[in-house]
Design a protein around this ligand. Sequence first.
Ligand code: HEM
Length: 467
Amino acid sequence: MVEGTSNNINQPTPSNTNMETITATQTPPGPKGNLVLRPPFDLRNKTHFFIEWMADKYGDISRAKAGPFNFVFLAKPEYIEHMFLTRDVYVKMNEGSQLKYLLGNGLLTSEGEFWLKQRRLMQPLFHKQRLQGFVQKIADATNAMMNDWEERNMSVPDFYREMNQLTLDIVGRTLLSTDLKGDFAKVNKAMTTVLESVNKNRGRLFRLPAWLPLPSQIRLARSRKVLEDTIAEIISARRKDTRHFDDLLSMLLEVEDADTAERMTDKQLRDEVLTIFIAGHETTANALAFTLYLLAKHPDVKKRVQQEVADVLTGAELTYDLLNKLEYTTMVIKESMRLYPPAWVTVREAAKDDVIDGYLVKHLDKVVVSPYAVQRSEKYWTEPESFDPERFNATNIKSIPKFAYFPFGGGSRLCIGNNFAMMEMQLVIALMCNKFDFKLPDDFVVETQPFITLRPKDGVPLTFVKR
Ligand code: HEM
């Protein structure tokens, strides 16, 4: 893994590491006035380009005011590392965070001691031995989807939509032991409504607070309620069920605090289940859609992946370790997430004043880091716009500067599902490349859309044939 630091939740949280004590008064350079009044850019639809533009025009640290908020943009790996590792200064946003409103006190949105306790409880659920138990469930969901395509005479109108359905099915099977055809239909419907409402409000920057009584917020509140009630029902039914379930929910029900032997309350379970649903499905769907797009655009790379898959999956039992033998396929996935990082932006709030390289970051500033911008910067990558999986071979990977590549974030809040996601993507790509060939219309070029996750704007129109 090259991204971020090791996933050590107990690491110290140094304040102002290698940075001066708070004496600076100079704020970072940036555009004058309020961005909302005089936008230099289409901020709603092109926020990712705007962040690149800020770095080009104003340098590694810059600042802009948008609405009532001051944003500080960090574009240098050392600064990004400082933000991720200085946990007592850079905290998750509370006010105006739609995710917080939606997910309550789940792992993605909680902070402080509460977050640390939950993270310690949940970390073991994502260890390799546990993930092994999910390999077959992921393969079953993928095979079901591919059989469906065959029954539909290979009609796949939008591959991106299919990937969303597939990753939702996978999270349903691995988290709750339900599939799209069973009880899960209800959760699927509510989840889709919630995600649509959230996405209608666009990206995470420059947005109105979630509590404002706008029609879109009212719709979101309604669908959130449906989803919460549905998940609460599933949890309550599971508590009464004496059968054994091999899924994340039963693990969540069993984990207990090592000191107090306390277990999670129903409310906490509900927040964590919702969090895993939201954090774990659209990100992976986007990465899969962009990866197959890139493979279709680069037939030589696709051929090498198909060859590797055929060599590795020679009827052998599918295991977590077997999937890690797909070295080239893994390089392709990493390169795809360099060009198209699904979690394209991360925002923190400064809990107190800080100084970064002589510039003052003020209490309550929103600090923004974007893997999209840094992973496409000429400062750290040769020909950054070109697709070259060799950047991630065993030799080249060593020369990637720390935090010039961070699709899963970094520091103690590194994505808890990163190994799960890598395994899921390796497996889905391997099964699909083994069974099908695919291509794009000749002139198709994907456009990106920075919603909560980075999406392919008009989908990915792949056509599939059986190999
Ligand atoms: C390609 C797929 C994925 C990407 C790119 C991704 C990316 C990320 C990133 C960047 C963060 C850190 C956010 C921040 O610092 O504010 C994060 C956190 C998180 N992710 Fe993922 N993720 C992916 C898949 C998953 C999956 C499959 C799961 C669960 C099964 C998951 C669960 C979580 C959770 C619970 C957190 C919060 C962790 C914490 O703060 O302690 N993610 N993810």
